[in-house]
Write a protein that binds this ligand. Sequence first.
Ligand SMILES: Cc1cc2nc3c(=O)[nH]c(=O)nc-3n(C[C@H](O)[C@H](O)[C@H](O)COP(=O)(O)O)c2cc1C
Length: 360
Amino acid sequence: VSSRALPFAPTTMLAPMEGVSTAPFRALIADKGGVGVVSTEFVRINDHHMPSLKLGRLVERARDDVWLSVQVMGREVSHMEVAARIMSDAGADIVDINLGCPSPKAVRGGVGSAMLKDHVLLHRVLSTMRRVVPRVLSAKMRAGFDDASGALATARVLVDAGVDFIVIHPRRRVDFYEGVADWRIIRMLARELPVPVVGNGDVWNARAALRMRDETGCAGVMIGRPAMRNPWIFTQADALARGDTPFSPAGADVARYMRDFVEAYSTTMSRVPVGRVKELVRMIARAVPDRGFSRRVLMEQTVDDILRRVDDEVGPLSPQELDLDAEGSLRLERSGSTIEPASEEGPPPTVVDEGLRAIT
Ligand SMILES: Cc1cc2nc3c(=O)[nH]c(=O)nc-3n(C[C@H](O)[C@H](O)[C@H](O)COP(=O)(O)O)c2cc1C
């Protein structure tokens, strides 16, 4: 059983998110507490970057007590070997490989989700990385490229190559972000694999994080978009797990979060891009029942105008008027499920792994 325990605590992770999981954002999330690991966005590894990768703030630690996972994306064995060594030397507690990116650019380059189909390549890349990563090596995979039936077989290749744990985001590449994550696939991997499995996808409130553990038996939970929307989600989940009363943010807390976000970025940039602030505010708007707010705030032209509108419209709201409490009481977002997965239209994807057939 101990071999299926994760080496960090709490056993929660901030997901890698391109353009989002930067050093200032990781620090902001880590400071709210309750998270065991924060991940970098992916670093694309190719000839141009090798062997002198410019790391800059990429590997900046958020806090001593929160682990740092650095994600690399690439397919050239020799480059991935050098990259894994560079990241380890730079202080990564975990080196993670991206096996899920669905973007057309990644797929054209044969990286990210495109690698799920090539088990020979996966084994070569991962076993080479294994030899040079002295600490923890992980792989973050989608359930498949156009078909989820090979998820378990793919995961077994990764385990055989020596990864310490696997993160599974149970959507296929062709799903992009459609529908709802199919937590049955997390359950299947958690039951079948000899290494810890971290579940990811549509954990929209703290209660859902506990429910994912209960329903799937996963060793850890990774959270991405819902942590942009609710940076307190990790500390809320931690409180629920301990039987404490979780914090329920009010509008004033959200307004302060927006300002802290802008301030954190202004330490590294002379001008915080309005697009980056809008990306965050778009997520926050998903916790506000008045759908008109999203339209109004996204029409603002400057960061100051956005902050002012958040102060005016969100600032006065009580915790009960926001969907940010630990239970997700207003249910503005649909969390994943082992019972009712997949898209609203049509049947769930056909999953024919023997492990899954045995348990559904
Ligand atoms: C803006 C954005 C950027 C992302 N960038 C990455 C990335 O760099 N590497 C990666 O493995 N996944 C990336 N993902 C996927 C997330 O890590 C995660 O698997 C996905 O969002 C589902 O989890 P969630 O429902 O908790 O958001 C990204 C997702 C988003 C929304």
